[in-house]
Ligand binder design. Structure first.
Ligand code: ITT
Length: 196
């Protein structure tokens, strides 16, 4: 088994990059696509798994470095699972996360059903030789009025089940150790820890 001593974290999202870096072993050298001036691929997949694999494959092929990619997003039950894999594209469509969050809150209120939602994250590790492993993590919760300024993306409008504050109100470490990315990483870690 070839040990991994450097890893490309295949994302252009700074919030994700920080969380993934902090879950990985400290001794591992972490490289970003920006370091190598590699742009993002087009996300043509139909699921978080497909898009995560598509990104890992794209960045790994271009860098020839073992790559860990993430595709994630927020699924709101009463909005038929939207924005889901379009979470990033909704922010673009509405002119930023602030507006996208307000839109989601408004849509959920108008539905007058419940505010159940979940964050999902698929992580894929891909080796240049072609082998890959994908794992997915889910954290359930509810949509609420925007609260807190910590975190990134949709963090301020999501309260995970069992808590009374949003991801945006939690401190960095608190969210890091419970979120969808952490759950996916823990599953993956079981399969890859001997490579580190
Ligand atoms: P990359 O494709 O380069 O990784 P991206 O931001 O476009 O970056 P995605 O396509 O996976 O990533 O989109 C995920 C969206 O969901 C993105 O807008 C995130 O901000 C949001 N999101 C994912 N995980 C989140 C988290 O832990 N907290 C808040 N928002 C999150």
């Amino acid at each position: 088994m070839k040990k991994i001593n450097k890893l490309l974290i295949g994302t252009h999202n700074k919030g994700k990059f920080r969380e993934i870096s902090d879950l990985l072993p400290k001794k591992l050298k972490k490289i970003s696509p920006q370091d190598l001036k590699i742009e993002s691929p087009e996300e043509t997949g139909k699921s978080f798994e497909e898009n995560s694999e598509l990104k890992a494959n794209f960045f790994c092929k271009r860098s020839n470095i073992v790559t860990l990619s993430d595709d994630s997003g927020l699924e709101v039950d009463c909005l038929d699972g939207n924005p889901g894999i379009y979470s990033s594209r909704w922010a673009e469509k509405f002119g930023g996360f602030e507006n996208a969050m307000q839109e989601i809150i408004k849509m959920v209120k108008n539905k007058n059903k419940n505010s159940k939602a979940q964050f999902i994250c698929s992580l894929t590790i891909q080796w240049p030789e072609g082998e890959k492993i994908t794992e997915t993590g889910v954290i359930k919760g509810n949509i609420t009025e925007k609260k807190g300024n910590n975190g990134f993306g949709y963090d301020p409008i999501f309260i995970p089940d069992g808590y009374h504050k949003t991801f945006g109100e939690m401190n960095y470490k608190e969210k890091l150790l419970i979120d969808h990315r952490f759950i996916a990483y823990k599953k993956l870690e079981k399969k890859i820890k001997n490579y580190f």
